[in-house]
Unconditional design. Structure first.
Length: 241
């Protein structure tokens, strides 16, 4: 079994090395007979040395010129040769326990894919409230967070990959599509909880509570219009790092 680990990255020179080191550490801690992996970093039109650092770490680097997270993930998947795809954000760190849970799920053969609960440090009270609200929603509806999504490659192809007509929340759409694909085949989509994925809380440092609340409100009140317009999604696309 070959696992393709796809990491989209836009100006992630500060964090890409830590992300890739966490992947290497997790892979080394989970030697499994018949299991191999490949690591693909998608340079999403970075202006820093993200691509150079990724190559130095041994990753295959592919270039996606249009700054669009769903498109970047699809570009990486198009280069992947694995039976399974693991999409990991560059500001996140995989851990051995989570990878072991993912490999166990694959080996069990009862799932089309999975997401994971997350761990963020240093959140203010309002950030923690929002984080806990998302955690409960993710578990209840079995929606993967964008920081980590794992799925069968054939299912990914069949459902058309990530929706490129939206600039955010594409992981939710894919979670729903994968559940629909798996249902008639007796396969489930699950959210792993035992070993949460560590991911960056930098957005609460880079953006004020008012900015984040405004972004959430726009998505809530006008979801289609907002998600299809990059200019209305500054928290994702204004380039702050």
């Amino acid at each position: 079994m070959l696992l393709s680990i796809v990491i989209p990255a836009f100006n992630e020179a500060r964090l890409i090395q830590g992300c890739l080191q966490s992947v290497s550490t997790s892979l080394a801690a989970n030697p499994t007979p018949g299991f191999t992996s490949e690591i693909i970093v998608v340079d999403n039109n970075s202006t820093d040395n993200t691509a150079t650092l990724a190559r130095q770490a041994g990753a295959l680097v592919v270039f996606e010129p249009i700054n669009h997270i769903g498109r970047a993930r699809n570009t990486g998947a198009a280069q992947a040769t694995g039976d399974w795809l693991l999409f990991l954000d560059a500001d996140s760190e995989l851990n051995p326990g989570l990878l072991a849970d993912i490999l166990g799920l694959i080996e069990e053969g009862k799932s089309v894919g999975c997401g994971s609960t997350l761990h963020m440090q240093g959140l203010p009270w309002w950030g923690d409230w929002l984080f806990q609200l998302w955690k409960g929603t993710s578990i209840l509806f079995r929606w993967a967070a964008g920081a980590l999504l794992v799925c069968r490659h054939d299912a990914f192809r069949d459902v058309g990959g990530f929706n490129q007509t939206v600039y955010a929340a594409e992981e939710i759409g894919l979670s729903v599509a994968l559940k629909q694909w798996g249902k008639p085949r007796g396969l489930q989509f699950v959210i792993l909880r035992q070993h949460p994925l560590k991911t960056s809380s930098r957005k609460v440092s880079l953006y004020s509570g008012r900015e984040i609340a405004g972004q959430i409100l726009r998505v809530f009140l006008h979801p289609r219009r907002t998600l299809q317009d990059k200019k209305q999604l500054s928290v994702w696309y204004d380039g702050r790092r």
